[in-house]
Design a protein. Structure first.
Length: 458
């Protein structure tokens, strides 16, 4: 029988590690429709895309202010994962299938993944391969099973065909709750084991041997070198390799106690715990980890983001790993369910609570913005201009485009109507200066991205 008791040592450790710090503030947004399973930000258009458990796929072209359904059929309405590649290709995981879009979500093609399983995770490597994790269809109308699955599948032809990728996973549950591809190309899989068969765990793909390798989770529960215990995984909430350290958020059993904990790999014989809460009545008053996300500032490097849940407002929220300590962001993020994170090309972070649809965003990670002028080849000529002016730009994908011009006092000189334009080179010419000298700001909106050019009238 599993003993459910509270660990005073764990509580003291949590209090010491949850260091409050002045940080980026999170703001509440209006909740999107449906019950979400995943959220991504398109790297080229800047649009937000969301998958839902029962209502298909949605897109927002205004940074989450409004949403439009872009894919839904009577036979393809349930989606469990969503991923976007750096070239803008979108992949959505359904039941026994992966859907692909190369035009920002306007049209989708379907490919079959054998076994009729829920596609719960999608990742890519640098060689053009795609990997999906699977879980069995659950008894619930929405959620997949956390007991069994068909393991991992790989596609080498951009998602058209799929083959099993399960060497080393024989005898496991095959229930892949999480896949994680690190920046260095290391692939990890977290397997659920709700049935308590002791056949779940954390696995790493070994390229040299061509097989999955189980990573034993030895935990030093009591602080003494002799008190090592193996954590038996029940649920894997998140995986993230950051600065060569693997962080794992999970629920498991160790020393006959149920824990919700986050661990990180070390060079010692055991994993170092970052958060640990023993399950017991009112255990959720202490923060416990649910989600991890590796954010990438435009200036380079990366920041590890974590969502900690709790039944109390104070400890719950979003934390960032800084100098080895988790420090809490400010703002009203008190989500009790896992958060799905996404980062826009401009550096903003978005967080959407699983199912309940609480929606948040931050200001920029830093003040450095990507070079949109170069990305879209934006040019304004002639400049200085006396009358007619031409704005040229190139769209990698079809997008909604709008041009606005204001004078130095902020008064609107030109307010062009939004137009959806295909991929390719475009030119927009107008006579709006009327020979008035002065400084003007020309704003080119491509989706939710705004590029501003200065124009001198003479």
């Amino acid at each position: 029988m599993i003993t459910r008791s509270f660990s005073v040592l764990a509580n003291l450790l949590l209090t010491a590690q949850l260091t409050a710090a002045q940080s980026t503030a999170w703001l509440s947004l209006s909740p999107p429709p449906g019950q979400s399973s995943s959220l991504v930000a398109h790297p080229i258009s800047g649009h937000m895309l969301m998958s839902t458990y029962a209502d298909g796929l949605f897109r927002s072209t205004d940074a989450g202010s409004s949403w439009q359904q872009v894919y839904f059929t009577s036979t393809n309405s349930s989606f469990y994962s969503l991923a976007v590649r750096s070239d803008g290709a979108l992949f959505a995981g359904g039941v026994g299938a992966v859907f692909r879009s190369t035009d920002g979500g306007n049209t989708w093609s379907r490919s079959t993944v054998s076994g009729g399983q829920v596609v719960s995770s999608i990742v890519f490597d640098g060689a053009g391969n795609l990997y999906v994790g699977t879980q069995a269809v659950g008894s619930s109308a929405l959620l997949p099973s956390n007991r069994t699955g068909a393991g991992v599948f790989r596609s080498a032809d951009d998602g058209q065909t799929w083959s099993a990728f399960n060497a080393g996973l024989a005898g496991t549950t095959g229930c892949v709750g999480r896949l994680h591809m690190s920046e260095s190309g290391q692939l990890f899989a977290g397997l659920h084991d709700e049935g308590q068969t002791d056949n779940g765990g954390i696995f790493a793909w070994e390229q040299a041997s061509g097989t999955w390798r189980l990573l034993p989770l030895h935990q030093n529960l009591g602080g003494a070198s002799g008190s090592l215990h193996t954590v038996k995984v029940r649920y894997v909430h998140a995986l993230a390799l950051h600065n060569a350290v693997l962080h794992v958020a999970l629920e498991g059993v160790a020393n006959q106690q149920v824990y919700r904990l986050m661990m990180k790999s070390t060079n010692t014989p055991y994993w170092e715990r970052e958060f640990m809460v023993a399950e017991q009545p009112m255990f959720s008053e202490q923060p416990y980890p649910y989600s991890l996300f590796v954010a990438k500032p435009a200036s380079g490097g990366s920041v590890l983001i974590g969502h900690m849940s709790s039944s109390m407002a104070a400890p719950a929220g979003v934390y960032r790993l800084r100098s080895g300590a988790w420090q809490k962001d400010t703002g009203p993020v008190e989500a009790g369910r896992p958060l799905q994170f996404a980062q826009s090309a401009s550096g903003q972070l978005f967080a959407l609570e699983h199912i309940t649809q609480k929606f948040f965003r931050t200001e920029l990670i830093n003040a450095v913005r990507p070079d949109y002028e170069a990305r879209y080849a934006v040019q304004l000529f002639p400049n200085p201009a006396r009358s007619e002016t031409t704005l040229s730009y190139t769209l990698p994908l079809a997008a909604e485009v709008r041009v606005q011009v204001t004078d130095a006092l902020g008064r609107m000189v030109l307010d062009g109507a939004p137009r959806r334009q295909p991929a390719g080179e475009h030119r927009y010419s107008w006579q709006a200066l009327n020979a008035h000298a002065g400084l003007y700001l020309v704003k080119l909106w491509i989706g939710a991205t705004c590029i501003t050019k200065r124009l001198v009238g003479n």
